[in-house]
Design a binder for this molecule. Structure first.
Ligand code: ADP
Ligand code: ZN
Ligand code: ZN
Length: 751
């Protein structure tokens, strides 16, 4: 995505971090430290002669009246501060290895590109545990291997009662194993291992970084899959590949084979996925394919300690496969050989606060920085990536067939809801289709992107609507606890017994959410086992994985869900997908809404008929002939993308232009507007070749009592935009912005 000059990356070896690039100086010198404070500078400290600091190390320094944890970024010849005012570094935290030089370069790039303070960028990339001064005990994993004596043992001659020992010896004959792997051999493995260690037949050793590993090769690749794998494995150095594969075409299998190849070459593989809910499932899957490869996951659902240990395993090179959500893009990987970004179009790759980075884009930069290939996979690539593939900047790899024959793509039907009577939002053809599935003992999924019972409560006498006092949104009716809840600020109240304005008791729920759909379907199909999957029903830890098991075990007939259910799950007995009221996106103010809807519906539709049963998708819409639905019916992403790109080009929108959004919020509406208008003026004075839009309210103009507005700037060259932003930023920080919180968002995406 970026044109990048070749960066010189110093040779380093993080396993032996004493050899790191940082100089160890023994005379009094000055070091520049990154701190988690909203200033764009680094901070200078003096280093005494006895203190050994390496670049990338965590240090404790005085800041104001506090001690703060920072990262040593660079040595300095001199400081703007007088020598007498330079404070010394308090302590060097050397319990974990320093951040390698390439990470520091990556973080500098991110700080620059996203116009976010360097110190905050560096610190926010670390797992929370590493941002605290509490000492970290790095858990050393050990493997077990046969000793010379052990190799000499004739396993078959051992007495029968030592069967577990025999099993361990046989396993170790193949390759060294971890304790966890040996435990999987038998309940008695720990005791047997102890005996073998005592006997001196087995010894503990450092985890193997040997390139041999076992690989469960489940499928013979299809021709298309093989071509995709070959294209990537033949790539020398950096190259960005867009793997466009229809749902069920076996993209995962391509990833698995690529991993296998890269592991054989001794490299580490980073796999980025959009959804934290998908990681445990994928983790198990990849473990089953690579049983003796160290794999760690990195996502926000992990406990702090575990996340730090996993991160350290990535940094030491011990973890060969790192699987994670967007934050994993900042894991240090000394032997990085390949990056995979699955569902690359997914908006969750974009962080929406703090360092507003796109993990996909950072991953592309990282791949080019490290000179390794990257594969972006999707059934519905983002228009940015598609455009880059069309222009030849990325290489397009196609999977056009479903991998499992005879599975074919589902038939898509659109029901015109303006012509059909609806029962609580459900049309008769959809109800009949569900009934047929119930008779055939197959599963149906009803997709609706609204949780709760009803999106709003209304008084039928005076027209009062349940609105959030703190936000510009409506309070959603939740039936379980008879509450009205704001999904934006979390405000919650009990359902009033009568209308707060006129006192009428006739309050009616308007519109349909997941809970109401559940009630309606249960009434209509009393025997059916219905499972609702949304953020409310999966709040408790483990709830979602329990539900997934239920679905797999055939203990649910009808699934009702939001987009949580749409992503990446493989439910073989699911043959019908119903889509309720997706129309909002067709005429939304967000120019990306229809791109997103197409991706979502393709993905949710892709859940139907994945095994040997044909699938069907029924979409209820008031605009059944909309080009989006035509393309969906024809499973024609390519012509849909072409249509959208033509529109974008005509309108001068991304990917043909590059945008940055200045957003601001404050308790006072006036202050927000004043700030943004001043910002606009200073933008115009810069006189760059950028288009400066007007100041407008945000899509959600008020949230949690804060008034929100924004200002968009765009340019047809990334470079021009970046140059403009650098000048603008220096102006913005000088503007009087009392009580206004503002932020710049580069390549913004609404979500
Ligand atoms: P995608 O991620 O592209 O939607 P998956 O990777 O989930 O598709 O693959 C869909 C199904 O096809 C899975 O059940 C997978 O095991 C199976 N599959 C993938 N590749 C092959 C192959 N070459 N031969 C047989 N089955 C395959
Ligand atoms: Zn009323
Ligand atoms: Zn609210």
């Amino acid at each position: 995505m970026w044109t990048i000059k070749k960066l010189h990356i110093a040779q380093w070896d993080s396993l032996n971090f004493k050899q790191n690039t940082g100089k160890i100086l023994h005379k009094m010198s000055i070091i520049r430290v990154a701190l988690d404070v909203p200033l764009s500078t680094l901070f200078d400290y003096s280093v005494s002669a006895e203190m050994r600091i390496e670049i990338g190390q965590r240090v404790l320094v005085p800041f104001g009246r506090k001690q703060m944890l920072g990262i040593a970024m660079e040595w300095a010849e001199n400081s703007d501060l007088e020598a007498t005012r330079l404070k010394p570094v308090t302590q060097v935290l050397d319990d974990v290895p320093p951040l390698p030089q390439d990470m520091l370069t990556l973080l500098r790039f991110c700080s620059d590109y996203y116009h976010f303070p360097l110190g905050m960028t560096v610190l926010s990339s670390l797992p929370a545990r590493l941002r605290s001064v509490e000492p970290i005990v790095v858990k050393q994993s050990v493997d077990y291997a046969l000793s010379a004596a052990g190799r000499a043992v004739e396993v078959a001659t051992l007495p029968k009662r030592r069967v577990v020992q025999q099993r361990i010896l046989r396993a170790l004959h193949e390759a060294p194993r971890s304790g966890a792997q040996l435990r999987m051999l038998s309940h008695g493995a720990p005791a047997a291992l102890k005996r073998l260690l005592e006997a001196g037949w087995v010894e503990a050793c450092a985890p193997t970084s040997c390139t041999a590993h076992s690989f469960n090769d489940a499928h013979a690749l299809t021709d298309e899959q093989r071509q995709a794998v070959e294209a990537v494995t033949q790539q020398q150095g950096y190259g960005c590949f867009l793997l466009h594969g229809i749902t069920g075409s076996g993209k995962t299998e391509v990833y698995v084979h690529l991993m296998h190849e890269m592991l054989q070459r001794g490299g580490q593989v980073l796999l980025l996925v959009p959804e934290i809910n998908l990681t445990p499932q994928l983790e198990n899957y990849f473990r089953s394919r690579f049983p003796d490869v160290v794999l760690v996951s990195l996502h926000s659902g992990l406990a702090d300690g575990e996340r730090a240990q996993n991160w350290l395993k990535a940094q030491s090179g011990a973890a060969r496969i790192v699987l994670g959500t967007r934050l994993a893009v900042f894991a240090p990987l000394p032997k990085l050989g390949l990056i995979l970004a699955d569902e690359e179009h997914d908006p969750s790759f974009k962080q929406q606060d703090g360092l507003r980075y796109s993990a996909r884009d950072v991953a592309i930069f990282r791949a080019s920085q490290r000179g390794v290939p990257i594969v972006l996979g999707s059934a519905t690539p983002s228009l940015e990536s598609w455009h880059n593939a069309q222009s030849g900047r990325y290489r397009l790899l196609r999977l056009t067939q479903r991998a499992v024959l005879p599975a074919s793509l589902p038939t898509v039907r659109c029901m015109d809801v303006t012509k059909l009577p609806l029962q609580d939002g459900l049309s008769e053809p959809l109800l009949t289709a569900i009934e047929t599935r119930l008779q055939r003992k197959e599963q149906s999924l009803i997709f609706i992107n609204r949780r709760g019972y009803s999106p709003v409560l209304m008084c039928s006498a005076c027209g009062w609507l349940s609105e959030c006092k703190k936000c510009a949104g409506k309070l959603v009716l939740h039936m379980k606890d008879r509450s009205l809840r704001c999904h934006h600020c979390g405000y919650q109240q009990r359902v009033p017994p009568a209308c707060p304005t006129c006192g009428d008791a006739d309050l009616k729920p308007v519109g349909i959410g997941t809970q109401r759909l559940e009630e309606t379907l249960q009434r209509r199909f009393p025997q059916a086992r219905i499972l609702r999957v949304d953020r409310d029903s999966t709040r408790n830890k483990g709830a979602w994985s329990a539900m997934r098991k239920q679905i797999h075990d055939g203990e649910a007939d009808i699934l009702i869900g939001t987009q949580m259910l749409a992503k990446g799950h493989d439910f073989p007995n699911l043959t019908l997908v119903g889509v309720i009221s997706p129309d909002g996106a067709l005429y939304s103010a967000d120019f990306r809404a229809s791109e997103k809807l197409f991706a979502q519906l393709t993905q949710v539709g892709g859940r139907a008929g994945r095994a040997d049963k044909a699938g069907e998708v029924i979409v209820q819409s008031a605009f059944p002939n909309h080009p989006l639905f035509q393309a969906l019916r024809a499973h024609d992403y390519e012509s849909w993308a072409k249509t959208l790109l033509a529109e974008r080009s005509l309108a001068g929108l991304p990917p043909f232009t590059f945008q940055a959004l200045l957003s601001a919020e404050s308790l006072q509406e006036q202050s927000v507007m004043k700030f943004l208008h001043q910002a606009r003026e200073s933008a115009e004075q810069i006189g760059a070749a950028v288009e400066i839009y007007g100041v407008v309210p945000a899509a959600m103009p008020k949230r949690a009592n804060h008034h929100r507005a924004q200002l968009l700037v765009q340019s047809d060259a990334r470079k021009t935009l970046q140059a403009f932003l650098r000048s603008w930023k220096t102006e913005l920080v000088t503007l009087p912005s009392q009580k206004v919180r503002w932020a710049l968002d580069i390549d913004p995406i609404e979500n």
